[in-house]
Write a protein that binds this ligand. Structure first.
Ligand code: HEC
Length: 189
């Protein structure tokens, strides 16, 4: 077996060929696997909020996050409040100094202590709840008005709850604007 004068060249070129194949192949593979499979930047429109009772109920069942709730309050319409508050008037008064009915007078309830209106005989359930949560924050009031007997088990408030989250937000905005001694700023971050 004589020495092949081109032996070195042959080895070198086959090594080079193999390298090119590996590099080329991996570039091709990258190309095939990369960003096209990633759909995270596809725009998915948010669920519209004002599609009536069914959309509202779906949201209620999902349970709104605190963030979603706060965002709803910044765009709530207090002008819709007087319509919604009719649901409460059988049992509650809202003007300052008015008498309690089946339920307590609710003047300035937002931000007020829970179960603390003078001269009203609350259930033990409200008392228990007041030992966990101090005040009627907009969020607690919202969740309570959505499902009173789920939030405060054993409450004597005989009311099933308001179905549409928008109505609850509008009512809270109305209470804040028109029946509060110290209105809160819902637009604050
Ligand atoms: C059928 C009568 C009835 C209706 C309708 C009703 N409530 Fe009540 N509400 C009560 C009673 C009774 C209580 C006291 C509950 C207890 O002691 O467990 C109460 C308590 C409350 C409290 C707690 C008050 C506090 O001092 O901590 C809030 C807030 C409230 N109601 C808001 C509302 C709103 C807003 C509506 C309308 C969307 C409404 N309620 C509809 C009877 C009613």
């Amino acid at each position: 077996m004589g020495k092949d004068p081109l032996f070195f060249n042959k080895v070198a070129s086959s090594v080079l060929g193999a390298l090119l194949l590996i590099i080329g192949g991996s570039i091709l593979l990258d190309e095939m696997l990369s960003p096209h499979a990633d759909h995270s930047d596809v725009y998915v429109p948010a669920e519209p909020l004002d599609e009536g009772a069914s959309a509202g109920t779906a949201l209620a069942d999902q349970g709104l996050s605190s963030e979603a709730l706060a965002a709803m309050l910044t765009v709530a319409n207090p002008q819709n409040g007087p319509k919604v508050i009719k649901r409460c008037l059988a049992c509650h008064t809202f003007d300052q100094g008015e008498a309690h009915r089946v339920g307590p007078n609710l003047y300035s309830i937002l931000g007020d202590s829970i179960g603390a209106k003078d001269g009203f005989n609350y259930s033990a359930a409200i008392g228990d709840y007041a030992s966990q949560e101090e005040r009627w924050t907009p969020e607690i009031l919202f969740r309570f008005l959505q499902k009173p007997r789920t939030v405060i088990k054993g409450t004597t408030m005989g009311f099933a709850g308001l179905k549409k989250p928008e109505d609850i937000a509008d009512l809270i905005a109305h209470l804040n604007q028109d029946y509060s001694e110290t209105p809160l700023d819902f637009s604050a971050p």
